[in-house]
Design a protein around this ligand. Structure first.
Ligand code: M7G
Length: 341
């Protein structure tokens, strides 16, 4: 079966900001890369942006943090103008609507022939051979570490462990939420929003995840970000949040059905524990796509979360939760210090 392409939807785009994004997507450069140096406050839609094609010109590679031949992805640490940067290069899936062009307009170089078996190197036209590129710049030590291949350990966290070990740690150490606030305040990615419910209590914004290039639904990945601030993670949820969670599930599914023609039965809707960013958000990925972090040790289905809160309003304050931590994670060191590992 061919992949369903999303390109026609993209051609509906009308205004200038959206066109800018399309150019970005075309060039394979994530909008994140277009942020002006040290400009954490504004997204590229607002300010004068540095030219997208220049950001990697002076990039100096320090090391390959990790890579996967199977997933065709590489995480690279390097410097841009003496500041740390992380570059993620990822080959993207084939698209049905470019197949004819790909097969007819490419050059074939013979590798070997044997009976009915023929092996070639196909040299595709550049626009059919793009690489999704994400640039995190300036990157913190934590951004660099998280992409390094590392052994991980499963941690068992009681409600008390959360309050005495995890909470004090995440209050000091977690990633900046500036990108989340930029989205909520329409300072960044405003043109990418797929659905928005403006209710201050139960509202949320649904948009493509940074990891998704939106070219085909096979690897669909959206995130719903709660408008309410201050809900850090699963641990903060109680029955008072049921209307918010049910709203995200229902309206998120409806919006995806309408926009991408994918029914709820084709979606995996979940929260991470631990998340990387401590502002309530829900992941929507296509069932069958092995999205990073969708394993049982980290993903909690939103429908299960809702049921758990219905049967016990304090479920997530009292239950023991398990999650993996990388060997170099400071939180793991805290669990070790407390002799909980
Ligand atoms: P998480 O569960 O906090 O952590 O999910 P994870 O990154 O370890 O999965 C945060 C989600 O937000 C991830 O799926 C990220 O790919 C996504 N994300 C991160 N950033 C910095 C951005 C961004 O700037 N824009 C968008 N649209 N998504 C982002």
């Amino acid at each position: 079966m061919y992949r369903r392409s999303l390109i026609p939807a993209a051609t509906d785009m009308a205004n200038a900001a959206t066109k800018r994004e399309a150019i970005c997507a075309e060039s394979g450069i994530s909008l994140e890369a277009k942020r002006a140096k040290n400009d954490h406050e504004k997204g590229p839609e607002d300010g004068k942006e540095s030219p997208s094609e220049k950001i990697l010109d002076g990039f100096k590679t320090s090391s390959v943090l990790s890579d996967s031949a199977r997933e065709k992805i590489m995480f690279i640490h390097g410097k841009i103008a003496d500041q740390d940067a992380v570059v993620i290069l990822e080959k993207t899936p084939f698209r049905e609507e470019t197949l004819t062009e790909l097969l007819s307009d490419s050059t074939l170089k013979l590798e070997m022939k044997n009976d009915i078996y023929n092996s070639y190197r196909l040299q595709a036209p550049p626009h059919l051979n793009e690489i999704k590129t994400t640039v995190v710049y300036p990157a913190t030590e934590k951004h660099i570490k998280r992409h390094q291949r590392q052994e991980s350990f499963l941690v068992e966290e009681t409600g008390e462990d959360y309050r005495s070990i995890t909470l004090p740690y995440i209050e000091k150490q977690s990633f900046s939420l500036q990108w989340v606030y930029n989205i909520l305040e329409k300072k960044a990615e405003a043109q990418r929003i797929i659905f928005e419910d403006p209710d201050t209590e139960t509202g949320f914004v649904l948009l493509p995840d940074l990891k998704w290039d939106q070219k085909q639904v096979d690897d669909l990945y959206l995130i719903a970000i709660s408008l309410q601030r201050g809900i850090k993670s699963l641990r903060d949820l109680s029955s008072e949040h049921l209307p918010l969670l049910q709203n995200i599930l229902q309206k998120g599914q409806d919006a995806i059905k309408q926009r991408f023609d994918l029914p709820a039965s084709k979606l995996r809707v979940y929260l991470h524990y631990q998340p990387s960013y401590y502002h309530l958000h829900v992941h929507f990925t296509k069932l069958g796509y092995e999205a990073p972090g969708c394993g049982v040790e980290r993903a909690h289905l939103l429908s299960d979360v809702i049921q758990n809160l219905k049967s016990d309003p304090q479920f997530y304050q009292t239950r023991t939760l398990h999650f993996p931590l990388r060997a170099d994670d400071g939180l793991l060191a805290k669990f070790r210090e407390a002799e909980r590992l």
